[in-house]
Ligand binder design. Structure first.
Ligand code: UD1
Length: 374
C-alpha cells in the first residue's frame, strides 16, 4: 500500500499536476482545496482536469476542524494552498496575510497539537522572497540592490543600480543564500511560510523542505484570472485578440519553469532525505525577458499586432531574478528537463482548446485607481 499524501491547494495549477504524478507512482492522494472562485469560476466547479483517483475535500485552509480531518492518516503533506497574485496582494493585504500566513499557521498548529503520523512536510515558497535577484557591478562585484526609486521611474529608467556606487548593474543567478528582501505582501507571506514550516518541522522533528518556485507555466493555468502568471495572462489576451500589455519596457527577466520540472523537484524532495530542513531554488537557471515571452506567444498564437508596452511600473514587481540551481542539482539530483521552446508549445496547445475571459484591463484599472502603477 502506498503512502498517503495530502496536497493543500491540490486542485490548482501546480498541485493538480503533482496529484497526477504521485498517483502514477503509487501514492494515495488526498486534495484539500477551497475551489477559489477567482481561479475556478464562480460556480466552485471541480476542475475537469482533477484526477478522479484522488480524494477531494473542499474546504478553506483556515477551517481548522475540516483541515484536522483532512490530515487523518496522512504521511506526507504538500502545502500549496495560497493566494498567488503579487499585484493583488498590494491592496488585498488582510486577505493575503490571512489565507497565506494564517492558513499556514493553522496547518502547523494542528500538526503541533493534534495526533498525526506526518513524516514529511513540503512547503511551496517562491522566488519572490528574494525581492530583487543578485546583480554584478563592474566596480563593486556581486551586489544586492533593493528597490528602484520613484524618481528613476519618472525618467523611464527601469534598470537596476549598484547600491554602493550607483553604476548600472547586470543580473546574475540568484542563490539561496541571498538576503531576503520581499517587495510585496504576497512575498512577505511566502517568506512567512518557509520560515514557519522550517521552524515547526525542526521543533517536532518532521523533516521539512521549502521549495522556492520560480515562474511556473504550463497547461491548467487559470487563464481567466487576471492576477495569474504572465504567460497565462498574455495567452488569455491573445485568445481574445488583444495585445499583451507589458509593464516597464519588457526587458525585465524571470526564470520560466515548466510545471513538470516543479513536479520533478517535489518528488525528489519527498523521496530523498538529503534535502531535509533545507531551502531550494526550483528554476531552470535561464533568464528570459517578459518581451521574449510575449513575442513567442504572439507568434505561436498567430497574433499579427504589436504588444502594448506601457512604460509603467507595477508596485510589488521586481526587475530581474533567475535561479542559481546548483544546490538542488547537487543535493537532490534535480535536472530541469523542459526547454522553454518546448514547454511553451505544450502551454499553447492546451490554451488553444480553452475559453478564457480577458479581465486584464479590469485588474489594471483597479491598480491604477489605487496608485499602484507608477
Ligand atoms: C509569479 C507568481 C507568483 C510566484 C512567482 C515565483 C503569479 C500571479 N505570480 O510572480 O505567485 O510566486 O512568480 O516566481 O502567478 N507583467 C506584464 N504584463 C502583465 C502581467 C505581468 O508585463 O500583464 C510583468 C510584470 O510586471 C512582471 C513580470 O511580468 O515584471 C512577471 O509578472 P508575474 O507573472 O505576475 O510574476 P511574478 O511577479 O514574478
Amino acid at each position: 500500500m502506498g503512502e498517503r499524501v495530502l496536497i493543500t491547494g491540490g486542485a490548482g495549477f501546480i498541485g493538480s499536476h503533482l496529484v497526477d504524478a504521485l498517483l502514477k507512482k503509487g501514492y494515495l492522494v488526498r486534495v484539500y482545496d477551497n475551489l477559489e472562485p477567482q481561479v475556478h469560476g464562480e460556480s466552485h466547479k471541480i476542475p475537469d482536469y482533477l484526477n478522479k483517483e484522488a480524494e477531494l475535500i473542499v474546504g478553506d485552509i483556515r477551517d481548522r476542524d475540516k483541515l484536522k480531518k483532512a490530515i487523518h492518516n496522512i504521511d506526507i503533506v504538500f502545502h500549496f494552498a495560497a493566494a498567488v497574485g503579487v499585484a493583488q496582494s498590494m491592496y488585498e493585504i488582510a486577505k493575503y496575510t490571512d489565507s497565506n500566513t494564517m492558513g499556514g499557521a493553522i496547518l502547523l498548529d494542528i500538526i503541533a497539537n493534534e495526533k498525526h503520523k506526518i513524516r514529511k512536510l513540503i512547503v511551496a515558497s517562491s522566488m519572490s522572497v528574494y525581492g530583487e535577484g543578485a546583480y554584478k557591478c563592474n566596480n563593486c562585484g556581486k551586489v544586492y540592490p533593493k528597490i528602484r526609486s520613484l524618481e528613476q521611474f519618472e525618467r523611464n529608467d527601469w534598470g537596476m543600480k549598484c547600491p554602493n556606487c550607483n553604476a548600472d548593474v547586470r543580473p546574475v543567478p540568484t542563490s539561496e543564500d541571498k538576503p531576503l528582501f520581499p517587495t510585496s505582501i504576497y512575498a512577505v507571506s511566502k517568506r512567512d511560510h518557509e520560515e514557519m514550516f522550517l521552524i515547526v518541522g525542526r521543533a517536532y522533528q518532521i523533516p521539512t523542505v521549502a521549495l522556492r518556485f520560480f515562474n511556473v507555466y504550463g497547461p491548467r493555468q487559470a487563464l481567466s484570472n487576471p492576477y495569474t502568471g504572465v504567460a497565462a495572462i498574455f495567452s488569455s489576451r491573445l485568445m481574445n485578440d488583444n495585445p499583451p500589455i507589458i509593464f516597464e519596457d519588457g526587458n525585465q527577466a524571470r526564470d520560466f519553469i515548466h510545471v513538470s520540472d516543479i513536479v520533478q523537484a517535489c518528488i525528489l524532495a519527498i523521496e530523498k532525505s538529503e534535502g531535509d530542513y533545507q531551502v531550494f531554488n526550483v528554476g531552470t537557471g535561464r533568464k528570459l525577458s517578459v518581451l521574449d515571452v510575449a513575442n513567442v506567444l504572439m507568434d505561436k498564437l498567430s497574433f499579427k499586432g504589436e504588444p502594448q508596452i506601457v512604460n509603467r511600473f507595477r508596485e510589488g514587481d521586481i526587475r530581474h531574478c533567475y535561479a542559481d540551481i546548483s544546490l538542488i542539482k547537487k543535493v537532490l539530483g534535480y535536472e530541469p528537463k523542459v526547454k522553454f521552446e518546448d514547454g511553451i508549445i505544450d502551454l499553447v496547445n492546451w490554451v488553444k482548446l480553452q475559453k478564457a475571459e480577458d479581465k486584464v484591463n479590469f485588474a489594471i484599472d483597479i491598480l491604477d485607481r489605487k496608485g499602484l502603477t507608477k
